[in-house]
Design a protein around this ligand. Structure first.
Ligand SMILES: C[S@@+](CC[C@H](N)C(=O)[O-])C[C@H]1O[C@@H](n2cnc3c(N)ncnc32)[C@H](O)[C@@H]1O
Length: 189
């Protein structure tokens, strides 16, 4: 599973789109999403669309994005980022966008039996929120689905703690995924 490290995007993303993922991380995210069992890709935390532009390059992808687009202090100042997200992502394709707190959105979707083939979690980095996002995103995945969380690093202890708590016993999980700052778990049936 580690041979995806060093993944490359078919189409480079303009460096005018601000974000925190390296070209390598974006390439690996894309490569992982290409191995998902189906086209339904869920992104939890999109900000200005950097990672979205990678997911939109997956052939046949159906990308759903959840974000407040209101910032995330202290990392992202409060503001309204939705229009910039739309401008940045439109050249790569269209997404289904849902504005709101992911903790409630994902919970509601899980309750009505919505399903995804791939989920990328990169919204709030506060332990309690990440914990809820990971729980619901995992529930939303079909058997064989793939869960990816960004920022499995010491500078984001909330992400690390929430991930380790839920996925330390999952056999098919790698944290961090080699060569990246992401954590990955496969929902093996
Ligand atoms: C780290 S950024 C996402 C970066 C994006 N994945 C990228 O690579 O460019 C986090 C985003 O999550 C959003 N966010 C923070 N807390 C949230 C919450 N509780 N529900 C939904 N979105 C949230 C912020 O508005 C911000 O846009």
């Amino acid at each position: 599973m580690t041979d995806l490290a060093g993944g490359r995007l078919p189409r480079p993303i303009p460096d005018t789109i601000h974000g925190w993922m390296s070209a390598n991380d974006l390439g690996v995210l894309f490569a992982l999403a290409c191995t998902a069992p189906g086209p339904r890709l869920l992104e939890v935390g999109s900000f200005l669309g950097l990672s979205t532009c990678a997911l939109l390059q997956v052939p046949g992808a159906n990308v759903t994005c959840v974000d407040t687009w209101k910032g995330s202090p202290p990392w992202i100042p409060e503001g309204d980022y939705l229009e910039e997200f739309r401008r940045n992502t439109l050249p790569f394709g269209q997404v289904a966008e849902f504005r709101g707190r992911s903790q409630e959105r994902l919970r509601d979707w899980a309750a009505i039996g919505a399903r995804y083939d791939f989920a990328f979690v990169d919204a709030s980095h506060v332990y309690e929120d990440v914990s809820v996002d990971l729980t619901h995103a995992w529930d939303l995945l079909v058997p064989g689905g793939i869960l990816v969380a960004d920022d499995y690093v010491g500078t984001h202890p909330g992400v690390k703690e929430a991930w380790d708590e839920q996925f330390c016993d999952v056999v098919f999980a790698e944290a961090p995924f080699p060569g990246t700052k992401m954590a990955v778990a496969w929902k093996v049936p």
